[in-house]
Design a protein around this ligand. Structure first.
Ligand SMILES: [Zn+2]
Length: 293
């Protein structure tokens, strides 16, 4: 990576995650907020129809539609398939350079503070993440190794980054989290500006990274219906250690269900509203200290 020339900020990939929607609208009204001298910044809204309707999506999750094969496939024609192709034209315009970086703005009903999800382990992303977590203790860094074919927007460039902020309910704005997200975006832009100008801020050379190693679903009956809830002791405890034998679910009859893993893990996305339909009660991560140069 020699220089960042174009960067895109995307809000409202999920139409009911309002922080990103209203931040992008703000940036579109006042582009000077996100302009930096050494690169171009685009601000665009993701799922326009879902934003208008206050829903996560219309036919399918837009943030699973950005796989190479699907983008080339003319038979895929749901609203989200078509919108993904339009967004691709912004990010990868014909006869023009592609965007080097995407900041994809999301919110979660889980208590994840200001979480960065790295699109890959590019050294510059790791340095950026180490810098941001050193200047702001609310910043946590996750990685989630997934196939490029999984269709996430963050894979559409070399330096893809998700900012996942919570806890905030779907369809709701939280002023404090809105402002914290906004400041985090400016810090990313300023970091890239410094990088382009050969003035990278001093960073700690270790990064605390939470790597997703799997997901846990709710206990379900044969019809697929949920039979238990997140245990009250686990609710909002994202990034806290979960030990074998700790309570994890509570059935409707009040029976506790305990974590049966073999080692301590660090759950995130605990009780994320949008993941009930995906069969995910939480992601579990391993915490590691990464040495970066
Ligand atoms: Zn989202």
């Amino acid at each position: 990576m020699h220089q960042i020339n174009r960067l895109a900020i995307v809000g409202g990939s999920h139409g009911n995650e309002l922080t990103g929607v209203y931040l992008v609208k703000k940036f579109q009204k006042s582009p000077s907020l996100i302009n930096r001298s050494s690169f171009e910044t685009l601000a665009l809204l993701g799922n326009l129809k879902a934003i208008a309707e206050g829903r996560r999506y219309i036919d399918k999750d837009l943030n699973r539609c950005f796989h190479h094969q699907g983008l080339q496939d003319p038979t895929l024609a749901t609203y989200e398939d078509l919108r993904a192709k339009e967004i691709q034209q912004f990010l990868q315009p014909p006869n023009q350079p592609f965007v080097d970086s995407i900041i994809d703005l999301h919110t979660t009903t889980a208590n994840m503070g200001l979480t960065l999800i790295l699109g890959n382990m590019h050294p510059l992303l790791l340095q950026l993440a180490a810098y941001l977590s050193s200047i702001n203790p609310l910043v946590k860094v996750c990685s989630h190794q997934q196939a490029r074919t999984s269709g996430f927007l963050r894979f559409m460039c070399e330096l893809g980054l998700v900012i996942e902020v919570g806890a905030v309910a779907q369809g709701v704005l939280n002023a404090e989290l809105f402002q914290q997200t906004e400041q985090l975006i400016y810090a990313v832009l300023d970091y890239f500006e410094g990088y382009n100008q050969g003035k990278i801020p001093q960073t700690s050379n270790t990064l605390k990274l939470y790597e997703s190693i799997g997901v846990i679903d709710y206990p379900r009956n044969e019809a697929g219906e949920i039979e238990a809830m997140i245990h009250p002791q686990l609710q909002f405890q994202d990034y806290q250690p979960l030990n074998p034998g700790d309570p994890i679910f509570l059935t409707f009859a009040g029976k506790e269900i305990f974590y049966e893993g073999e080692s301590t893990v660090y759950p995130v996305f605990i009780n994320e509203a949008a993941y009930y339909e995906k069969g995910i009660a939480m992601h579990i991560t391993q915490k590691q200290l990464l040495h970066i140069d």
